[in-house]
Write a protein that binds this ligand. Structure first.
Ligand code: PMP
Ligand code: GLU
Length: 397
């Protein structure tokens, strides 16, 4: 008998981290792999943020922090929400945690009961359905393909709602597709949600600052559903701080209290040093965010152009984040030396082994026949990687 709890037995490993690890293993064997699997900025954390952390160490920020985070950081997050998003929040509505991933899990565990449904637009980020499993909820996937720019419509949302629906998880800018919902699109989803007062919206805005079409739009701006929106955000992506592990929610007070309760028994307050660094990120000069965004935009243009030159791939124009999600059904069923590509995971493995480029198969994102590249890497690596992908794909027949 498997001694693991049933809860753990049903959990899948994170495919993004799994592919990154495979790539690192090959690198350790001396193979020159270009890693475009895991998504994280390749930039160092900006200096003024690092300095704030050093100062925090010298000033003995070495004790437990309040469970929901230092008041100064929660105030800084409220100012950010006011200045950047024109949203009024009180620090009591903010809970800081060890990353947006933990914040999402806190929220899902706080509001989803056994058997309740969570609507997840697909393609989705790998961890959402696994978090829903942990809460013993049921994921209901709503698929939006490349022909609709990977964005669900109000009509699709409406037909997925049942009496058991508890929440919708929205991710814009999106991982894995790079799609961004416009204000009008968010409004049309809101118009559906208005009629269902028991449904909450978990709005994952972790890629807010990496947007190529202008101002970030949050679904929390619509007053009619404002009391049912939980914003999840953090410093990982916009400030190049993935390893610092700071995320947060801005939510109705009762949800914030619930997440504080959960966190108080489970992990306590997030790292005190990292919280001081995150505070500096929010109150400091924002020029670094724009510099990184510009670099991501240049790389997005480069990789999109190069991928569009490869026969058989369907490529759209990402509007945010640092991923590009390619439809590659043309290559399914093709072979090299008797080895057949049956799934996107097979294709990702083929590209790793033949081309020494690591990407992630779409199966893990609820979109078989797609692969995801993270282009948070140098222009040089992007050029080399896509040339290798082109050569490897040309060998298949
Ligand atoms: N949401 C999405 C869509 C992500 O891509 C990530 C990146 N891992 C997270 C949440 C979690 O971010 P963090 O590193 O702050 O936990
Ligand atoms: N968000 C990143 C990705 O999708 C990091 C990995 C993860 O947290 O799963 O690659």
């Amino acid at each position: 008998m498997n001694p693991l709890s049933a809860r753990l037995q049903s959990l899948s490993p994170s495919e993004t981290f799994a592919m990154a690890q495979k790539s690192n293993e090959l690198k350790a064997q001396g193979i020159d792999v270009i890693n475009m699997s895991v998504g994280e900025p390749d930039f160092a954390t900006p200096n003024h943020i690092k300095e704030a952390a050093k100062k925090a160490i010298d000033n003995n920020f070495s004790f437990y922090s309040p469970v929901p985070g230092f008041p100064e950081l929660r105030k800084a997050i409220c100012s950010k929400l006011k200045n950047e998003n024109n949203l009024d929040f009180d620090p009591a509505q903010i809970v800081v945690s060890g990353g947006a991933k933990q914040s999402l899990c806190n929220v899902i565990l706080s509001i989803v009961n056994k058997g309740e449904e969570v609507i997840i637009p697909a393609p989705y980020w790998v961890s959402y359905p696994e978090m829903v499993k942990l809460a013993e909820g049921k994921s209901v996937f709503v698929y939006a393909g490349i022909e609709q720019d990977f964005k669900i419509t109000a009509k699709q949302l409406k037909s997925a709602i049942t009496s058991k629906t508890r929440a919708l998880i929205l991710c814009s800018p999106s991982n894995p597709t790079g799609s961004v919902y416009t204000r009008e699109e968010l409004k049309s989803l809101t118009d559906v949600l208005i009629k269902y007062p028991n449904i909450y919206v978990i709005s994952d805005e972790i890629y807010e600052h990496i947007n190529y079409i202008g101002k970030h739009e949050s679904i929390a701006q619509f007053e009619a559903i404002r009391e049912r929106v939980i914003i999840v955000n953090g410093v990982s992506k916009g400030y190049a701080m993935t390893g610092w592990r700071i995320g947060w929610i801005a939510a109705p007070k009762w949800i914030a209290s619930a997440c504080g309760l959960l966190q108080g028994q489970y992990t306590s307050g997030a790292s005190s040093i990292s919280q001081k660094a995150a505070e500096a990120a929010y109150i400091g000069d924002q020029a670094c965010v724009e510099e990184m965004r510009i670099a991501f935009e240049r790389r997005k243009n480069l990789i999109t152009k190069l991928l569009k030159e490869i026969p058989g791939l369907k490529v759209n124009d990402p509007k945010g984040a640092f991923y590009i999600f390619i439809e590659c059904s043309y290559y399914m069923g093709k072979r090299l030396e008797g080895k057949k590509i049956e799934t996107a995971a097979d294709l990702a493995m083929y590209l790793l082994e033949q081309g020494h480029v690591a990407c992630v198969g779409g199966d893990a994102f609820g979109a078989p026949e797609h692969i995801r590249f993270s282009y948070a890497t140098s222009d040089e690596d992007i050029k080399n990687a896509i040339a290798r992908v082109k050569d490897a794909l040309a060998k298949l027949n």
